[in-house]
Design a protein around this ligand. Structure first.
Ligand code: 5GP
Ligand code: ZN
Length: 136
């Protein structure tokens, strides 16, 4: 029997505030929301991270993210939304079952989801440009 909390939500073994469900996918409200309507979209099948799900299943999943995102925008009258998807503990992944956060955003909501503020150095950017390309 699985100990994964999101597998249990997917199978209906434990409750969640479900906002969408089909054969392979489920979306539900995050229990610790960063904004009203903050939701998670997951495949029912267990995959730990984005790197583990087969391409065709990911295509289906991202289409549901789009559909649910549109519904959340309408329902909450949000001005925008962030998609957040954490992979592995170092990146802040707490639940090791692939999930997409949909976080509605409102003008002046002051929610902090920040990226680097210092421009990268040309030499270092060029180094990572060539290194990463080799692995794709
Ligand atoms: P992560 O940091 O892994 O990307 O985010 C996991 C998210 O799952 C967190 O935002 C957390 O609030 C949410 N979460 C954890 N356990 C549960 C649960 O049992 N039910 C629901 N609805 N959300 C959960
Ligand atoms: Zn799972």
């Amino acid at each position: 029997m699985t100990e994964c909390i999101f597998c249990k939500i997917g199978s209906g073994e434990i409750p969640a505030k479900k906002i969408y469900e089909d054969q392979n996918t489920i979306a539900f409200l995050d229990i610790f929301p960063s904004a009203k309507g903050h939701s998670l979209v997951i495949p029912k099948k267990h995959y730990s991270t984005l790197l583990d799900i087969p391409e065709m299943e990911l295509k289906e999943l991202i289409q549901i993210v789009q559909k649910v995102g549109a519904g959340i925008m309408k329902a909450t009258q949000a001005d925008g939304f962030n998609i957040l998807q954490n992979n592995k503990e170092a990146a802040g992944q707490i639940v090791p079952h692939l999930h997409f956060h949909i976080i509605p955003r409102f003008k002046d909501d002051c929610l902090k989801l920040s990226f680097g503020s210092k421009q990268g150095e040309e030499k270092e950017l060029a180094h990572w440009e060539s290194q990463i390309k080799k692995h794709i």
